[in-house]
Design a protein around this ligand. Structure first.
Ligand code: N01
Length: 486
């Protein structure tokens, strides 16, 4: 135990990108009395779980890196998932946070009791903490579609985030359900190696063609020897993403129109067969759904092995997928690239706040949190990448770092004796929600499509303003919005 171990105790839930960042920053602040509970047996979060062929991040790697750990070794502009996972592991090693992570430790209950959080793990282990930071991810709980007969399928069936690498796909008849970013990357990666590919498309997607060139050795050497060059690259990427963020929150902006034109031109110029082009043409505005970026999808879907199936799925049979037109699409492997349940956040953990308030009750309609970070009546509990935050076309690493800086200012109120408990007031949270919902109507996400951004009322569950506003909001808490219990 070090001297600091007598300081406030933190429990961090999740050893993904955000949980690791918290650990590094707590150590940096001299706060080593913390533990990270990770239910899996490896760190990496989303990059550990998603291992499907073709996986890469659609935020450029030099932006999708911690600000404190730039990486001159990125191999591509958009590097692959295993490279990102290896990067997270190397950061964990370099900063010595690995030893703070307990693997195979699933948190099942959190209860606020007499000013402290009591933590229970699924295997019965118990712990206590002054602060809990939930770094449990957004796209974490797979959405399994409820097709009749799914369990009867005779071949292999798995979700894109649970890829079964023991199942061979080369030369096989493979079906992919869904047309989101995951499906597009899978199709692009496997079209030429499978025997037959059926893409079951419920809704067509706009695709922006963004090239993904390798970063050559000479450039990497420059980054190694002069990190300021790499930092300039990051700054340039960051300002381009801010422009994108400002475009998508204003459906009428000229930049949004430019994005739409680029997507339209990609379709017109790169899909040769007019029938296929019409099948692939969405009937809603580009970026209404999360914009899919791929330089290779149209090429892959025009491969002789590939077929786009637009007839609705009637049921799954042992031999394959039966569509409404009566056709049976015979398959050996069925991939459910059907997205995630995005309203879960730290649930199914049972969380009980002050006075026995249950998070399940507070969030019975839908999840909400003040500035996506703090929940009324749940003091000293903070969320990273929580509900209604900036999930749309930003680097979630940047988001988590900014949120952490904000959270630490709240933690410091307790550490310095200003208060013992801190959480947002209900009325501040309601006011934030009202403003957010009003602004959300002007975003591109509210222009008429079905997407995972929309909550059960059809309101985009995302930060509806530009990134500059988020950065400002995170720079300093408005203390009047917080209930400080002394
Ligand atoms: O999931 P999605 P995803 N019957 O929710 C379809 C990030 N990400 O895993 O459009 C038939 O986007 C559904 O159809 P529809 C990124 O933020 C990033 O692909 O609702 N179809 C849709 O086509 C992304 O946005 C990267 O009509 C059904 C698809 O399944 C987010 O993760 C890579 C169905 C789900 O698409 C999620 O992407 C991967 C049903 N019953 C993911 N149910 C990169 O960085 C669902 N669908 C590149």
């Amino acid at each position: 135990m070090t001297a600091e171990d007598t300081g406030p105790r933190f429990v961090i839930i999740g050893a993904g990108m955000a949980g690791l960042m918290c650990s590094v920053k707590l150590l940096e602040a001299g706060l080593s009395n913390f533990i990270v509970y990770e239910k899996a047996d490896r760190l990496g979060g989303t990059w550990r779980e998603n291992t499907y062929p073709g996986i890469a991040c659609d935020v450029p790697s030099h932006l999708y890196s911690y600000s404190f750990a730039p990486n001159p070794e990125w191999s591509h502009v958009f590097s692959a998932g295993d490279e990102i996972c290896a990067y997270l592991e190397s950061v964990a090693n370099r900063y010595g946070v690995d030893k703070y992570v307990v693997y195979g430790a699933e948190v099942s209950r959190l209860e606020f009791d007499h000013g402290r959080w009591r933590i229970e793990l699924a295997d019965g282990r118990r712990d206590e903490a002054d602060f809990v930071i939930a770094a449990t991810g957004v796209l974490h709980h797979p959405n399994y579609p409820a097709f009749e007969g799914l369990d009867d399928f005779a071949g292999a069936v798995f979700h894109s985030a649970r890829w079964d690498h023991t199942v061979p796909i080369a030369g096989q008849r493979v079906g992919v359900i869904g047309t989101g970013s995951s499906a597009v990357q899978i199709v692009s990666a496997v079209a030429s190696t499978v025997g037959d590919l059926r893409l079951f498309q419920r809704t067509a997607q706009w695709i922006m063609s963004v090239p993904n060139p390798p970063i050559d050795e000479e450039t990497r050497q420059t980054y190694r020897s002069d990190p300021s060059v790499m930092n300039k690259v990051r700054e340039g990427l960051s300002s381009r993403f801010e422009e994108l963020s400002n475009a998508v929150v204003d459906a009428d902006s000229p930049r949004m129109q430019l994005i739409e034109e680029l997507c339209r031109a990609n379709l017109e110029e790169n899909v040769a067969d007019p029938d296929l082009r019409e099948k692939l043409r969405p009937d809603y505005r580009a970026a209404c759904k999360r914009l899919v970026m791929s330089p290779t999808f149209y090429q892959a879907i025009q491969h002789p092995n590939s077929t786009v199936v637009t007839e609705a799925i009637m049921r799954i049979e042992p031999a394959g997928v039966r569509t409404e037109d009566g056709q049976l699409h015979e398959l050996d492997v069925l991939v459910l690239a059907t997205g995630f349940r995005v309203d879960r956040f730290l649930r199914p953990i049972e969380v009980t706040g002050r006075g026995g308030v249950r998070l399940d009750d507070v969030w019975s309609e839908r999840p909400s949190a003040y500035l996506s970070v703090s929940i009324p009546e749940f003091p000293n509990l903070f969320l990273l990448n929580g509900p209604n935050g900036p999930v749309g076309n930003f680097s979630l690493i940047d988001v988590a770092e900014l949120e952490f800086g904000y959270v630490m200012q709240l933690v410091d109120l307790v550490r310095s004796g200003v208060c013992r408990e801190v959480c947002a007031f209900r009325e501040a949270t309601d006011r934030f929600e009202a403003d957010r919902i009003e602004a959300a109507q002007r975003t591109i996400w509210a222009t008429g499509c079905r997407s995972w951004y929309l909550d059960d009322r059809g309101v985009p569950a995302a930060w509806p303003w530009g990134f500059d506003r988020f950065r400002r909001a995170m720079s300093r808490p408005t203390l009047a919005d917080f209930q400080l219990v002394t």
